[in-house]
Design a protein around this ligand. Structure first.
Ligand SMILES: Nc1ncnc2c1ncn2[C@@H]1O[C@H](COP(=O)(O)OP(=O)(O)OP(=O)(O)O)[C@@H](O)[C@H]1O
Ligand SMILES: Nc1ccn([C@@H]2O[C@H](COP(=O)(O)O)[C@@H](O)[C@H]2O)c(=O)n1
Length: 233
């Protein structure tokens, strides 16, 4: 039996495959799954819904403690609610995507959401795969496995563009999608508090030329190795 449930941190820029990989790895290994981007999107959705100026950090900070955000960690059916309302759909709108980097840069927001994330990870009986931007560096620096996924912007834009065209008629074209993700990555990497960054002890995987299945298999290998190396009780 393992000494403690395995904690896996998967970070990286937008569209590198963090969510798809993390969900599949967690499902196949019987672990929990936490999408931390969904939590930042949820608090952003609440700010927009309540008329808070998302470009005013003081206004955002003043109400950052108000919404109650609850994440369900079943990788086969992840959920996210705000004050009891299911917001899984509304948090994926272009409006939320366009505002989330500004809201997530506010230190009071990060403190609040980081506490939530640490509580969820600490309470995951079968271990958990947590994906985001600052999991390996800040949220869970003691994670058993730290992975940083990358892919070149063209590949990421093509993946996102295909995804958007499949679900949203009139979705932006490839060039616009590429520009939007580069802009969001720059904002996330450039913020002062807990920016998007690779932890020094994370293993980086460039997924540009890999299929999703290849990435999933590689991550499972790394997690299984880490499980074998844990001290036995
Ligand atoms: N290696 C891959 N090859 C091809 N397509 C992929 C690969 N990895 C992920 N995808 C596809 O790319 C899209 C984006 O993947 P995903 O949502 O997992 O990325 P992400 O890193 O979580 O993005 P974000 O941070 O913006 O939420 C999805 O449609 C997914 O199926
Ligand atoms: N650990 C994290 C995770 C996400 N963010 C912010 O949320 C945005 C949306 O993330 P997605 O994964 O759903 O695309 C992201 O652009 C960041 O602004 C974060 O700050 N920290």
């Amino acid at each position: 039996m393992s000494a403690h449930p395995v904690i896996v941190a998967i970070d990286g820029p937008s569209g590198t495959g963090k969510s798809s990989t993390s969900k599949a790895v967690a499902a196949r290994l019987g672990m929990g799954y936490l999408d931390t981007g969904a939590q930042y999107r949820a608090i952003t959705w609440w700010m927009l819904s309540n008329g808070v100026d998302v470009n005013d950090p003081a206004a955002v900070a003043a109400v950052a403690g108000k919404p109650e955000i609850v994440s369900g960690t079943d990788p086969l059916a992840p959920t996210i609610t705000v004050d009891g309302t299911d917001v899984a759909g509304p948090i994926r709108t272009a409006e939320v995507t366009g505002a989330v980097s500004a809201v997530s840069a506010v230190p009071a927001v990060r403190t609040r959401i980081t506490e939530l994330q640490r509580g969820i990870a600490a309470g995951a009986p079968a271990g958990i795969v947590v994906e985001g931007r600052d999991i390996g560096t800040t949220v869970l620096p003691g994670a058993d496995v730290k992975i940083f996924l990358t892919a070149d912007p063209e590949a990421r834009a093509a993946r996102r563009s295909g995804e958007l065209r499949g679900t949203a008629p009139g979705a932006p074209d490839l060039a616009a999608t590429r520009e939007a993700l580069i802009k969001r990555d720059a904002a996330d990497s450039g913020r002062t508090t807990s920016p998007l960054a690779k932890a020094d002890d994370a293993t980086e995987l460039d997924t540009t030329e890999l299929t999703l299945e290849q990435v999933i298999s590689w991550v499972i290998g790394v997690v299984e190795d880490a499980g074998r190396k844990q001290p036995r009780s």
